[in-house]
Structures are given as C-alpha cells and as structure tokens.
Design a binder for this molecule. Structure first.
Ligand code: SAM
Length: 465
C-alpha cells in the first residue's frame, strides 16, 4: 500500500516516521511519501491560495496548483498493474470516517493520495475533476463534527487507521479482532492490567477467576453496556440475529428491545405515564387496547360480547377518563417514533386503599391467601402489542407500573397489586409468575352473558422479580 500526502506543512507529517507506521515503512510493508504542495507553485511567494469567487471571508486553495501536484502522484508506479487509486480529501463536510471504510480501503486499494486542505479548503473542482477519471475514486472524508485548521491531522488519522490493517504492520493480528468498531459492532469492554489494586480501585475480580467463559460473558456485557450508554446509534445498527437472550436482557436494562419481526429492527423504548389526555393520545390507547384485548379472551367467547365489552371499557372516552382520574394509572411504552406498543392500566382505590367488595376486588380471596394484609390495587389491563410479546418488554412495563404505583401510594401500608387472568390463558399466567405474581385464588368475571373463571394473582409493589 502506497500513501502520498500533499500538504503546505510537510513537517507536520514527520510523526509518520515513528512507531508502528514508521517501522512498517522501513520494513517495506507500506510506502509513505510526503510532498510539499508549494513545490508546484511558480511565483516567488510560492502562493497556493486566492480569494473566494463570489466573495466572502478567507482564502481558497487553487485548483491549478493542486492539479499539477496530484497529477504527479497518479502516474507513480505503485508496483501493480492497473492499481486501484483513491484521492482522499479531508473536509469537515465529508463522509464520517469509520472503521468499516478503513477496512475496505486497506483491502482494496493500492494507493491512497491525501490532499490536505488549509484556509477555507480546496477549490471544489479538484474533487470533481479527479472523480471523472475512471481509474481514480475520490473520497471526501471527515474526522468528526468539528473544524480543524488543516487536513494534516485527518491525514495522519487515515494513514494510521488504514496502515494498521495492512498485513504485516501489526505484530499480533489477534489484537484487532475484539476491538471497538469491529465485526461485533460494539465498543470494546474495559481493559485492566497490573497492579490489581491501584489507589483504592481494584480490577473486577471475575477477570482473575481463570474462568474463561465467565470472563468472556462479563466482557460482552460490559461492551454492550458501554455501547448502549455512549453510542445508541451503534445499538440501533446491531443485527438482532447476533444477540442471544443474555445480550437482550443486558440491552433491555438500557431501554433497548427488539420485536419478534426482525425486519422491524431495534427500538429504544421508553415508558410514559399518561396524565393528560388529548383525543389523539386517547385514540392510541383505545386502538392498542382493542387490538390486544381479544387475544386474552377465552376461545369460546362470543365476538359480539367481546365487542360490547370493548365499547364499554376500551373506547377513546374511557381512556380519557383513565388518564384524567386519580383513581386510575395508565402507563404506556412508546418507541422512538412515538408508536404506542404496550400499556398497563391500574385501578387505585380511594382513601386508605382498603378496597371494599363494591370495587369488585376479591378482597377475601387475596387477604385469605396468607400473610398478605394490605390495600389492594387492581392491575386491570397489561397488554403488549403482538409483535413485542417475548421481547422482554413486559418486564419494563411492569417495572414502570410498580415504580409509579409505589410513588402514588407511598403512605399506604404494604399495598398489593392483584389481577385476574383467564384460567385458560397459560401464557399470561407464566408471564405474571415471572413478573413476581403468585396465585392467591379464583374469581368469576362476566363478559356479556358469559361467566368466566379467572385465576387471581397478587404481588407486592417492590420492584424485584
Ligand atoms: N471551510 C471549510 C468548511 O466549513 O467546511 C473548513 C475548512 S478547515 C478550516 C481547513 C481544512 O481543515 C479543511 O480543508 C480540511 O482539510 C481540514 N479539516 C477541518 N476539519 C476537518 C474535519 N473535521 N475532518 C477532516 N478534515 C478537516
């Protein structure tokens, strides 16, 4: 791989003679040539710039000087027939430089020519002109969303990032495998070395356990955690098929969930407590509720009864009441695009929270079931849209519900959350068990004319599962 770098400050690039890149040049693994752009000027002041056409502040680097300089690089014999040549132009207006691009350049290029701009940059015709050559590819790239004084730092970055991927430059290629921005699409886990204790800080004990499996898992958890906190854009780009259950659980702690349909991709999900209703928000809940309620009904239930129940309890007006009344708590989960994907609705009794028979609570069954004695809150609805079931989101919805309920009834002594679920709905029961509910009794629940047998389950409000 040959690099030709053109700059008005060639000595800025002397550091390329140091360290791994310097050694790789001496060893012949790469060939780095630095050129002074002013060598192609003809006036006595060695001028490379002029005022901007159309007016404005600053100076622009002249296309004619750059053209003469760059032409000499593109006729260089780089030791292969039909070499693949790139003209790399650093600019804050360029494509962000990524590891993926550097890997691609290292694999497929024979020569990278870098044109370091200064002042307001290089006359735009230089890029257009070389891009029209069949054997030259122009790549305008940026180091990040900030403005440097010149392209030299960006040239150093490109040479170093690409050169270390050229075979023979890094002594131990293994060290490239688990790095940040590698094939896992994550940031690297934290690294430690001796001394194991330093200024009161110890190395995480698992790393000295000698258990390679647990060390690998810990490192993966840390890489996921760090990436979720620092680079949500990288989490959003992950391929869901590369994530195991544990990965998903770790990412769930940071609000990331994947629906079952892999085409939908990753979604950061956030809980919202709905306190003030607009007709639009109430409609979102009503639509989701009407979509999901039939799934929890016994198979032999009449469609007309289900519809009548939904009209009475799950319409837009009812959700307006749920949001605005202190007797109800409505929590939703929305994805980043604002789509409502899950909700819970809890009925909070008045006063001290001790529910009477008139509230419809199976007070006897719940209280009779053991040492539980306390006010009862009914978890009336707890639904996830179909494609989100099994994604782990139920835990997030339950946690958000428990936390909000706890803060609402802080004064109450040992409150309990109870729910009734249809006897035949085993899937719901096993989910509620995972979410910390225990069976405490039975009740009858009427939809239309039909009497249904429900299992009653209850749990405390502490957020533990
Ligand atoms: N007028 C230019 C603009 O607003 O896009 C900025 C020119 S900058 C002061 C001068 C030179 O620094 C650029 O031509 C480029 O070579 C280099 N440069 C500045 N910021 C850079 C960045 N973020 N990435 C790559 N090169 C950069």
């Amino acid at each position: 791989m040959r690099f030709d770098i053109f700059s008005v400050f060639p000595s800025y690039l002397n550091s390329l003679q140091l360290s791994l890149v310097g050694k790789a040049s001496v060893a012949g693994a790469i060939d780095v040539q630095v050129h002074d752009l002013r060598d192609w000027t003809t006036d006595k002041h060695r001028t490379v710039d002029d005022t901007p056409v159309g007016g404005g502040a600053g100076m622009v680097m002249r296309a004619d000087i750059w053209g003469k300089a760059l032409d000499t690089a593109f006729v260089e014999d780089v030791g292969v027939e039909n070499p693949r040549r790139i003209l790399a132009i650093p600019t804050p207006a360029g494509h962000p430089l990524t590891q993926e691009i550097c890997v691609d350049l290292a694999e497929r290029c024979d020569q990278i020519v870098i044109a370091c701009g200064r002042y307001e940059g290089i006359d735009s015709r230089v890029a257009t002109h070389y891009d029209s050559h069949d054997d030259i590819e122009v790549f305008e790239y940026s180091l990040g969303d900030y403005v440097l004084n010149g392209g030299e730092v960006a040239a150093l970055a490109l040479v170093e990032a690409v050169a270390r991927l050229v075979p023979g430059v890094i002594g131990n290629p293994e060290s490239l495998v688990e790095e940040s921005h590698g094939s896992a699409g994550l940031l690297e886990y934290p690294n430690y070395t001796r001394p194991l204790d330093w200024r009161g800080e110890s190395v995480p004990p698992i790393l000295t356990s000698g258990d390679h499996g647990r060390v690998a898992r810990w490192r993966r958890d840390e890489a996921l955690r760090k990436t979720a906190l620092r680079r949500p854009d990288m989490i959003a780009a992950l391929d869901a098929s590369t994530l195991d259950r544990r990965d998903r659980a770790v990412l769930g702690q940071y609000g990331w969930y994947w629906p079952k349909n892999p085409d939908v991709g990753a979604h950061p999900v956030r809980p919202v407590t709905e306190l003030s209703a607009t007709p639009e928000v109430a409609s979102h809940y009503s639509e989701l509720a009407r979509r999901t309620f039939p799934d929890a009904c016994p198979q032999d239930m009449l469609a007309s009864d289900i519809d009548a129940f939904m009209d009475a309890h799950l319409g837009r007006d009812m959700f307006t009441t749920y949001m605005e009344s202190a007797d109800w708590l409505l929590i939703g989960l929305r994805d980043t695009r604002g789509a409502l994907i899950a909700y819970s609705l809890s009925s909070i009794p008045d006063g001290d929270g001790v529910a009477g028979e008139e509230d419809g609570a199976p007070v006897d069954t719940v209280l009779a079931a053991g040492p539980r004695k306390g006010p009862l809150i009914e978890l009336s609805k707890f639904y996830l849209d179909r494609q989100w079931r099994g994604s782990g989101l139920a835990g997030m919805l339950m946690t958000a519900t428990l936390e909000e309920l706890s803060s609402r009834v802080r004064e109450w002594e040992r409150p309990y959350l109870w729910l009734g679920t249809n006897t035949g709905n085993k899937r719901a029961r096993s989910l509620y068990t995972k979410l910390g509910f225990e069976k405490v009794g039975n009740r009858h629940f009427t939809v239309g004319e039909q009497n249904n047998d429900d299992i009653v389950m209850a749990r405390t409000l502490d957020v533990t599962y």
